[in-house]
Design a protein around this ligand. Sequence first.
Ligand SMILES: N[C@@H](CCC(=O)N[C@@H](CS)C(=O)NCC(=O)O)C(=O)O
Length: 219
Amino acid sequence: MSLELYAHPFSSYSQKALVALYENDTPFEYRNLDGPDSEAMRELVALWPMRRFPVLVDGDRTVLEASCIVEYLDLHHPGPVRLVPVDADAALEVRMLDRFFDNYISTPQQKVVFDALRNPADRDAYGVGEARRMLETSYAWLDARMAGRQWACGDAFSLADCAAAPFLFYADWTHPIDTAFGNVHAYRHRLLARPSFARAVDEARRYRHYFPLGAPDRD
Ligand SMILES: N[C@@H](CCC(=O)N[C@@H](CS)C(=O)NCC(=O)O)C(=O)O
């Protein structure tokens, strides 16, 4: 039975899982969640009432949360590119950076975007200000972290880079990364040049008009 991924091409968390699949050319069926009335969306709601995606189905196993999907693929459908190091201590650092990208880049980025989707009367200017300040702190921390590094952890592309790629991509659209943070810009460019992420970006191009803050005319 083939793997099925419930995902949307424009969704950052979906791209995180897609990068892992594309890194190893892992075959899967793409259950595209395009449209609230699609069959795939009805199936997603039955699988996971939170309606958050991506969700991976492997036979009778349902895997929630993008990080867990990447870990599951690494464990049960491994390929030449190992996304979580075998060494337990190195794996801990990869998971730590994965948490950084989820909690301190993606979460504040989503806060700004979701706020823009609300009715003006329901907007949360204070929360958006906090989110933008968190992004500034995150960019500064990451810039120091990335000095002399190619990837987020060690020498190899990992789960942490699967997270970094889409989250830095959209974060720079949402709250531009200052040019002073040259290491972050260089890392974002390396991620964009990685074939797995370049493919995910290309597949999402036709949805750019969905971006509520107005997508810039660039990657
Ligand atoms: N913690 C989840 C977050 C997933 C998430 O926020 N996905 C977004 C798409 S990028 C989503 O499902 N949005 C739909 C919604 O909020 O209703 C994960 O790591 O997979």
